[in-house]
Design a protein around this ligand. Structure first.
Ligand SMILES: Nc1nc2c(ncn2[C@@H]2O[C@H](COP(=O)(O)OP(=O)(O)O)[C@@H](O)[C@H]2O)c(=O)[nH]1
Ligand SMILES: [Mg+2]
Length: 336
């Protein structure tokens, strides 16, 4: 039996092997994904992002358990760009995975890059497509909030949960970090610690002000697609929910779980769910194309000789990088 046939029959080891192919970008990995793609589309992707140590892994495990209780199978992807390891689970994650059922209803994989963060989002998306094709009802994606990576999550997930802790600073700082733009649900974890109430109140205030600004921007037609439906909906509670949890004590995770699935219901009814998946597909196609372009054409844009001559011209004051690039681009087009 081929690997693909075993995958289609639900063999977990075949899934593991295919993930490695995709992570390593082995030959024909895109053909492989193309073949499996028709089986995908049903899985709901939930992203959980936030700073290191906020309790994301603990939350993801508790959320997974609640999904399993609802008879939904769960695939988990933990993305940690700060980790030097690739493939397989990190030790801490393995320990936590210990008491999950071993009947294939839950699967875990962690991904990391060695420094380069470029392909991480697309690699995560590809693995999520594999999970989807394999048949997991829910895909939970944990990403460490490190710069751009946490913002990429809105291009990979249907719903984004932003995890904050009492030590996260104030709402204005979060606003500046771009977190407001990506959160569908806030989770204030470690609510057992001092400062949680104050930060929630601060955040709620800021979100309400934002929602008002947004509502008027929407009526003037100035708004980006992402918040359009929420702000524009009839719903009186148009601000993003903030759920206080104590992941380590398994406290209020059911409320968080409910907030996530309430949001899912809402965006499905409003049409935003489909609309957002279309937006992501558009980005995905362009990203595959530009990666391919990069790989196949960039080396041929200009020869070393041409570049040397161009640099001589600039150095002697006869040209500049802008005109040179335009000329080289023309040459390239003519050659092809
Ligand atoms: N006090 C407190 N500690 C928590 C809570 N949730 C998680 N932790 C602890 O915070 C640490 C980091 O948790 P982890 O889930 O690995 O965080 P991650 O780095 O965001 O994935 C662990 O020691 C957890 O036990 C909580 O609600 N309250
Ligand atoms: Mg973690």
């Amino acid at each position: 039996m081929t690997l693909l046939e075993r995958f289609e029959l639900g063999d977990i080891r075949a899934l593991s092997r295919l993930i490695s192919h995709i992570e390593n970008r082995d030959t024909d990995f895109q053909k492989l994904l193309g073949r499996l793609y028709r089986r995908a589309g049903r899985s709901i992707r939930i992203g959980v992002t936030g700073p290191p140590g906020a309790g994301k892994s603990t939350l993801v495990n508790s959320l997974a358990r609640l999904c399993l209780d609802d008879s939904q199978s769960v695939g988990i992807i933990a993305v940690d760009p700060t980790s030097p390891f690739t493939g397989g689970a990190l030790l801490g994650d393995r320990v936590r995975m210990g008491d999950f059922p071993t009947d294939g209803s839950v699967f875990f994989r962690s991904m990391a890059t060695r420094g380069a963060s470029g392909g991480l989002a697309s690699a995560t998306d590809n693995v999520a497509i594999l999970y989807d094709a394999f048949g997991f009802d829910i895909t939970l994606i944990e990403t460490v909030g490190v710069g751009q990576v946490e913002l990429d999550i809105i291009d990979t997930c249907d719903i984004v949960v932003v995890v904050i802790v009492p030590e996260s600073g104030d709402a204005v700082q979060m606003l500046k970090a771009g977190l407001m733009e990506i959160a569908d649900v806030y989770c204030m974890n470690k609510a057992d610690r001092p400062g949680a109430e104050r930060l929630v109140a601060d955040l709620r205030n800021t979100l309400q002000t934002q929602a008002m600004v947004r509502a008027s921007a929407t009526s003037e037609g100035k708004l980006s697609a992402h918040h359009h439906t929420l702000a524009g909906s009839e719903d009186s509670d148009a601000t993003v929910p903030i759920i206080q949890t104590e992941a380590v004590n398994n406290k209020n995770i059911d409320t968080l779980h409910k907030a996530i699935f309430d949001h899912l219901k809402k965006i499905r009814e409003s049409g935003f769910f489909e609309q957002d998946r279309r937006r992501r597909l558009r980005k995905k196609i362009l990203s595959i194309l530009s990666n391919r372009f990069q790989a196949e054409f960039v080396n041929g844009l200009a020869s070393e000789d041409e570049l040397d001559r161009a640099i001589d011209q600039i150095a002697s004051g006869q040209s500049n990088p802008y005109d040179i690039s335009a000329q080289l681009f023309e040459h390239f087009l003519n050659r092809n």
